[in-house]
Design a protein around this ligand. Structure first.
Ligand code: GUN
Length: 287
């Protein structure tokens, strides 16, 4: 079997076209969805990520502000900026790019973001809302994975989903989203014994560890759906995921490539969350 590709670029184009239309509709009501992105320091990967986020806003007709600060910025000064953006009516989403310099407590900064503008979905209020199935913002990467499953019409009810990686940003919220769709979920991590025996039982596997070849062909049940969240580089410097793509695609039913899989979906879901934040404002106004 050769797996079918789930194309994150193509799905992103579709979803971003919808975001563009909905943003246009909001403008009729005098609201332009706005995202503020804060970058502290000069991490080259972060610089690329924030540039892509700002460009995606421009492409979908949303307003964006990029605030770049020196790595020496104090925690107090950053908290003051977040507070100002919380009160800025032109801003519907606030994103503080991680990682932050070591002298700044990232948790404290995330908790300072108003949950109503927490489009990254990292605030404990957002995590709690996801946990109990209440409206909030879902973290963009696992949200993008759910959209990819939806795009192939995949019914998760009663299926066994194995998530590899227990980060607060991907693994844990991913498990909650799959559970909400009635999958039976196994959340694996670095201390899991016999990972292979678990992945071999899985109908859906999400690899989100940040290490190459975490999932190889011998670990995958024929026909399984494999979503690769990894972003690594091989010896030649080429971008690759956590999954041995060439090997696994011969066994899986569906697979996401890297690049061009989950990566573009993460930014797309950030646009969706920002748009929805602005739409909620309008519906609150109407009520
Ligand atoms: N650093 C790497 N990925 C992300 C992300 O999705 N959001 C933020 N804020 N920082 C990141």
């Amino acid at each position: 079997m050769t797996a079918q590709l789930i194309d994150g670029n193509a799905l992103s184009r579709q979803l971003r076209a919808q975001v563009t239309q909905r943003a246009q509709a909001l403008k009729q009501h005098g609201i332009t969805p706005g995202l503020a992105v804060i970058l502290v320091g000069d991490n080259p990967a972060s610089q690329v990520y924030v540039r892509n986020k700002v460009k995606a806003c421009e492409d979908t007709g949303m307003h964006s502000v990029l605030e770049s600060y020196d790595a020496s910025m104090s925690e107090a000064a950053l908290l003051a900026r977040v507070d100002a953006l919380n009160h800025d009516p032109t801003i519907h989403g606030i994103l503080v790019q991680l990682p932050l310099p070591a002298h700044i407590d990232a948790h404290k900064v995330i908790e300072a973001i108003s949950p109503a503008k927490d489009v990254d979905g990292f605030h404990v209020a957002s995590a709690g809302a996801l946990m109990v199935g209440q409206p909030g913002f879902w973290p963009c990467t696992p949200y993008g994975c759910m959209k990819m499953l939806e795009s192939i019409g995949y019914d998760l009810r009663g299926k066994h989903a194995v998530v590899i990686g227990r980060s607060n940003i991907v693994g844990k919220p991913m498990a909650m989203m799959l559970l909400q769709q009635d999958a039976t979920v196994t959340l694996c991590h670095s201390r899991t014994t016999d990972l292979k025996s678990l992945t071999l039982q899985a109908d859906v596997i999400v690899a989100a560890v940040g290490k190459r070849n975490v999932l190889t062909a011998d670990m995958v049940k024929p026909g399984a759906v494999v979503l690769d969240v990894g972003m690594n580089r091989n010896e030649a410097g080429k971008l690759c995921g956590d999954v041995d793509f060439e090997g696994v695609k011969a066994v899986a039913g569906y697979i996401t490539p890297v690049p061009g899989g989950v990566g573009p979906m993460t930014i797309t879901m950030l646009m969706v969350n920002t748009l929805e934040s602005a739409e909620r404002l309008l519906s609150n106004r109407a009520n």
